[in-house]
Design a protein around this ligand. Structure first.
Ligand SMILES: Nc1ncnc2c1ncn2[C@@H]1O[C@H](COP(=O)(O)OP(=O)(O)OP(=O)(O)O)[C@@H](O)[C@H]1O
Ligand SMILES: Nc1ncnc2c1ncn2[C@@H]1O[C@H](COP(=O)(O)OP(=O)(O)OP(=O)(O)O)[C@@H](O)[C@H]1O
Ligand SMILES: [Mg+2]
Ligand SMILES: [Mg+2]
Lengths: 264, 264
């Protein structure tokens, strides 16, 4: 069972698009996948056409009201299940901040589900606040979706520092498993420069760095308007445009994840 | 004197790029502009090559330590001044949350500067937390940078609701002055659809809506890789690629802002 969080505090780099389409890609090859929407924007839920209303339990109820996670699941397809979000999750950051165990609430809530799924994928908001810390404490692997732009590269240090801190205090098995280059515009000098910078940075990691052994995935996700269109139909890229570059790239990324030997 | 905040809790829609290049455009035409970086990512500061170190006062010192804003300014060019940010601003959200006047701290800090500038432009983080509420309380106008994508459109309702609430409780003169379509990919059906949706939504506003009278700016900002390259040189688009589409579009947007009759 692998637990993977999509994290990057830089906004708009492809976290949600990667979480949804990688989860769908893994499910298409037969893995049982739980996709957790931990963003108050609820974009993962919207992307799949799920509207977590006030009457149906979602991630807010699980984190704040103690609802069992198993009672808040929605089956999207044969192998893909979602724990949906709702805009009321915005209140969770301040409501959880008073609790002594605030960083471990998500991990405890998901533990009873560990034997029901092969993958748990978590989409995070664009911040390093309490919700993202919960994701870092609840998973074993972090994938960093990264748009190959200068501004997006700047935040990497802060993210790795935060992951190291969580590994040291809350979750010793945490590691950065990979960086996924998203919205890649082939042929631009900028993408090539950032790509090189990131690979050099990763290659120079020392054994006690949380990103030691991380990879830049071979599959880059090309910019492709179909990836921005499919959420408006409540569909993954595979159902909306199965022969598009987007489907090819996310299929490749899911395949690459499956072929990685999972953490010991 | 006009005070304008660039706000959109959706990440990566062009807030920073619009704040920096509109501020620079206005300064090029002779306006005295203060650009405030209210994002802990400090991307506006980085975009202009400013590194707010621990020894030099920035927005964190102004908000949390009571440093006078006038003592934390940096002149970038003849007419453009910046109040820079630093990653320690991340702590401000929780440090301010205990203070009774927490939403009005920025407004009070900027008031002594009102007569020194023709425009105050504020760049905000991708959230509707305490920092963005401070910006809503401190300005008269909000510009919403919007990427014409489905997911980006979803958050508009929540943003308008928040702005209405701030107008009702803290800042009666607040209004949405416009929506700036950014990263526009001409020729895609999606951009056209979102463009139409937004214009229809705005047109159907009633007089007591905070977005009543708002416009979708005539100038759309086209996707242009030069806009993503210039931050790595610490330059605005005008200094980096003066004949690019990016310079033409942001020059046009700044011109359009100047030609709007300012609020009474
Ligand atoms: N490869 C791609 N090509 C074209 N558009 C893309 C691609 N990946 C994502 N998008 C679109 O770009 C926008 C940003 O992507 P997305 O919302 O997945 O990023 P995010 O990191 O989750 O954003 P946030 O920080 O707000 O959570 C969305 O409108 C999405 O549809
Ligand atoms: N019109 C454009 N064409 C191409 N790239 C752009 C354009 N506008 C912005 N960018 C690039 O897209 C990325 C996102 O833009 P930007 O950082 O300004 O958005 P933001 O809303 O401020 O993001 P955040 O939510 O993280 O604060 C940046 O790397 C920026 O350089
Ligand atoms: Mg997202
Ligand atoms: Mg920004």
């Amino acid at each position: 069972m692998r637990r993977i969080a999509m994290i990057n505090q830089k906004g708009g780099v492809g976290k949600t698009t990667t979480a949804v389409n990688v989860a769908a890609g893994l499910a298409r090859w037969g893995s049982r996948v739980l996709l957790v929407d931990l963003d108050p924007q609820a974009h993962t839920s919207m992307h799949l056409g799920i509207e977590a209303g006030p009457d149906e339990p979602g991630i807010y109820d699980v984190l704040v009201n103690g609802t069992a996670a198993g009672d808040a699941l929605r089956e999207v397809s044969d192998k893909l299940t979602v724990l949906a979000s709702h805009v009321d999750l915005v209140a969770a950051e301040s409501e959880l901040s008073q609790r002594p165990d605030r960083e471990l609430i998500l991990r405890r809530a998901l533990e009873p589900l560990f034997d029901r799924f092969d993958f748990i994928i978590i989409d995070c908001p664009p911040s390093l606040g309490t919700l993202t810390i919960n994701a870092l404490a609840a998973t074993e692997e972090v994938i960093i979706p990264l748009q190959p732009h200068f501004l997006a590269l700047q935040g990497l240090g802060m993210l790795l520092k935060t992951a190291s801190a969580v590994r040291g205090v809350l979750n010793p098995s945490l590691r950065i498993s990979g960086i996924a280059l998203c919205m890649y515009e082939k042929g631009t000098r900028l993408a090539q420069e950032v790509d090189n910078d990131v690979r050099q940075f990763i290659a120079s990691a020392s054994p006690d760095d949380v990103w030691y052994g991380a990879r830049v995935f071979d599959t880059t996700i090309r910019r492709n308007i179909k990836l921005a269109e499919c959420p408006s139909f409540g569909l993954t890229i595979f159902d909306y445009a199965p022969s598009s570059n987007g489907a090819e790239d996310y299929g490749g990324l899911a395949r690459e994840l499956l072929e990685m030997t999972s953490p010991a």
